[in-house]
Structures are given as C-alpha cells and as structure tokens.
Write a protein that binds this ligand. Sequence first.
Ligand code: DQA
Length: 153
Amino acid sequence: MRKKILVIHGPNLNLLGQRETDVYGTASLESINRELRREAGDLEAELESYQSNHEGALVDRIQEASGKVDFIIMNPAAYTHSSVALRDALQAVQIPFIEVHLSNIYGREEFRQNSLIAPVALGQICGLGPLGYKLALRAALEYLGRGKEAAGL
Ligand code: DQA
C-alpha cells in the first residue's frame, strides 16, 4: 500500500522565491512541491500539498486528513509561534507529523525561537532550506515503513 503524505504550508509561503530571499532562498513553492512529488513517486509514496494564508483553512485541511493521510509534513510559518488552534488540530487527528522550517528559527528573532507546535510533533527540521522537506519525507517513510522503534526515532 502506497503511503499518503500531506505537506501543508502556512501563511506567506506562497511568496517563496520572491519573499526575503536572503532568508528563505530563491526556490518557489511550486518548485519545492514539484520536487517533493517527484521524490515521493521515486519512493513509491503519494504526496499532496496544500498552502493557505488562513489559520481556519489550515485547521480544516488537517481535520479533513483524518483517516485519509498517513503522515503530515508541515511548515506552519508564522502560526508556529502563535497558533493553539493548529496545535490542537494536529493533536486531535493523531496523524504523526514533522514540523519543517526553511530558516533556522533558533538563530533569529526571539519571538521565532518558540514553537507551539514542536512539542506535539514527532520531530522538527529547521535551517536546511528546501532540503528539510525532503529529509522529512524520507524520515516519514522510514517511520511508517518500519515503525517508530525500528526507525530509531
Ligand atoms: C518559517 C519561519 C517562521 O518564523 C516565519 O514566520 C515563516 C517561515 C520558515 O520556514 O523558516 O513564515 O516557518
């Protein structure tokens, strides 16, 4: 059975490639999603991506994933630092997930150094740019394929 992976991108990530390129790089969201889909195909998994600038829409997408998705990879963007609603949604659906950030949030402004989401995530990858999503995909499939203990997670 092909594993189903959902990648969720939070607010302003639709502007990737144009927005603060010194911090977030020059890759567009479309190209990141395209590469991830290709990579997932090579690894015999199904990957769908979703982006929204709206907290409620992100909550809805997480709720919809319940029972349909095996793993979530999520960059909650600015909501990382503020959203109890996203954290609750992720916890409610009980789908394992990895939090990804393009930038190293711990080397930036103090308000970015706290994630409300990370404590309920399987893990967090930050500071590696778009590579972080690919690593999260590999970790997700390893985790799903071999179980948490065998994957050494
Ligand atoms: C981000 C880091 C957040 O602090 C910021 O609000 C973003 C992007 C990242 O990928 O580095 O929008 O999540």
